[in-house]
Design a protein around this ligand. Sequence first.
Ligand SMILES: *[C@@H]1O[C@H](CO)[C@@H](O)[C@H](O)[C@H]1NC(C)=O
Length: 177
Amino acid sequence: MEKGVPKYLVTVLLFVLTCSLASTSDPSPLQDFCVATKDSDEFVNEKFCNDPKRVTANDFFFSGLDKPRDTSNRQGSNVTVVNVKNLASLNTLGISVAHIDFAPHGLNPPPTHPCGTKVRVVLLDTLYIGFVTSNTNNCLFTKVLDKGDIFVFPIGLIHFEWNVGNTNALVFAALSN
Ligand SMILES: *[C@@H]1O[C@H](CO)[C@@H](O)[C@H](O)[C@H]1NC(C)=O
């Protein structure tokens, strides 16, 4: 018979420790990557994973986000999102990026499904930006952002952004989905 702490207690302690360690960071995917493809046997996140032997550096590469987009629509804005649809290696990694062009006084209207936390980095001109909280009596948090400023839209909260400058505005965005 062993002395000291019973074996089952060690197992339970290790399990609890593992759980508490795991909760300090994002859950990690089981593989290094799952570059989405249409022809493979593995299926993750509604996409097939490409055979890692066939994956190249180009699967992790996207170009052209510097090009200004046409903002001559009703809202005066144009969002270019880079996600798993146009950059297959983002599959399962839980992040995407976007480039948002604003005409003078253009508005990026509140999305109907504000999923994911979003970070905005203003690269050109001045934006009036804000979100509404859902718990503390629907408080409105707003801020005027200049070039180089960053603002966070927490996950799930209705938000808006409006170019209050007189020239085209450009925003770089990162999204946790
Ligand atoms: C956004 O810009 C692209 C390229 O300039 C254009 O093809 C597209 O129609 C624009 N989208 C909107 C909503 O105006």
